[in-house]
Design a protein around this ligand. Sequence first.
Ligand code: SF4
Ligand code: SF4
Length: 587
Amino acid sequence: MLITLNLFMIAHIIQWRVMGKTVSPIEPSETMHTLQKGFVNAGFIFFTLAILATLILGRFVCGWGCHILALQDLCGWLLKKIGLHPKPFRSRLLVYVPLIGALYMFVWPTAYRMFHNPENAPLIPQFTNHLVTTNFLQTFPSVAVAIPFLFICGFVTVYFLGQKGFCTYACPYGGFFGLADKFSPGKIRVTPACNQCGHCTATCTSNVLVHAEVKQYGMVVDPGCMKCMDCVSVCPNDALYFGFGKPTILVPKSNAIRKSYSLTWPEEIVGALVFLGSFLAVRGVYALAPFLMALGCATVTTFLTLKFWRLLRAKELSFYRFNLKSSGTIRKAGWAFAAFACAWIGLNAHCGWVRYHEFLGNRAFQKIKLPDELALAQPNPARWLSPADRENIVGGKEHYRAASSVGLFANSEALPKLAWFEYLLGDAKQSVQTLGDAAAHQSGESKALSLYYRGAILNRLGRYEEAQASLDQALAERDDLILARQEKGESLWQLGRREEAVSVWTDAVGRNERLVLVNNELAGAKRLSGKFEEAAAYEKQADQFTPNDPFYHWILARRLQDLGMTELAAKHFEQAGEIDKGQTPGG
Ligand code: SF4
Ligand code: SF4
């Protein structure tokens, strides 16, 4: 069944490639777009139906319809082929991670909007149809992210935490399915033919104590049961079957079944803290580790940290068939394990260090109140910064520099913000360099934005050819980045290619007639070529949308002055002065 599922996924992608459009991804994570943006997509419908079905039939979707489970099964099978039987890691506290993850993914955004809604956006977004898509991979991570994600969540978790390691300790969808299972009557049930041989428990890769539960309750009540039917098929007495019974929530819990756990209580608490720290460190680092991958990594980090700690303290320790320590001496396998654990934990510490500096850099970044247009009105925006702003930016710049200079990968998140700090502090040349570095490691919208800002700063520096090249690249990434057209027109104008400039600006106002600066630029260009009627029309259009703000007029004046459109520049300097009663800086 799981092989069929993977073939179906491949067929879905091929069909999209051939026909150019297809049903949107049937992925539960797509539900986030429904809850936050109102996009009704196939993933949302699938997840809703799956939860409703789970309420009746139990947690069967995990066992029969999940590609990550298929990967975990494949890994378990491969390990068994080489004689390694994944042993379940049993924790009392980490089992709550999937449900917490699910609440964070699917409930928290709505709850947050309910209590913190500055723009008065509706709590329930307006629903729109997104069942069919032409950009199937839009919400998927890149291949560079998907491969390590599948490797960590499908293989590494199985090796260290057992065959359902990811399901048990990380998967947020499993968190909801497990909860729904508690309310469901669909159960693995038993007949009197059971003789408690324990084959079922030995077979179950979900760590369910099948023989004990069916003896105690007449059915499996553990919400970890994925209704895979493995136990049913191996039972030598045909004593197990799928049927309906009391939902787990109504079954009084018996003390007769004592689960054994891998950790002591102090270890549980340390483990929970390590998990949290690792998750915060890894999530989003280098824009490479999405939420689920961070959860998977954190479970592995927790296991390795606690096992490493035991390696240091215990007299005897083994892992699979490997003897890590005996009679207080660490063996070869123990040293190999220690080396791997230190490398993994060290990598987490590195991620934490990067994220810590990014966090402080972002805090400084959010404090900046200087609008981009004002900062970009002249090459050095230092005049607009108060001493406190400057101190904040200097501090933030150091944090971004720390987050991007000792990295294992280029930090494409931190670099553009570092570049902006450099620009604000008056180092426009370095800023251009940093934005170029950022763009080289970005793609799509973020790359387009870095190239746009680079082009804008190059324009302010008078390096018009480089500016035009950068803006062309930005537009190649995102054709709808209209401000890049505005700047490109300025580069062309300054290079003396005035007809081309006018054509680019005309194209821009054709896309958005409210572009005040571009309308002014067209008015200036028409005036200079003696076409006064057309100039007046553009000027009128610009004035219609110009805010009554002295700074705004001053920005327009500066930009028009740089382009040699002096009459219009003078008009806006004057208006800035009038509005501000003569107190506005005058160029
Ligand atoms: S818990 Fe998650 S990963 Fe595991 S089978 Fe269910 S949906 Fe798949
Ligand atoms: S082996 Fe049996 S108890 Fe274990 S998950 Fe499958 S159906 Fe449930």
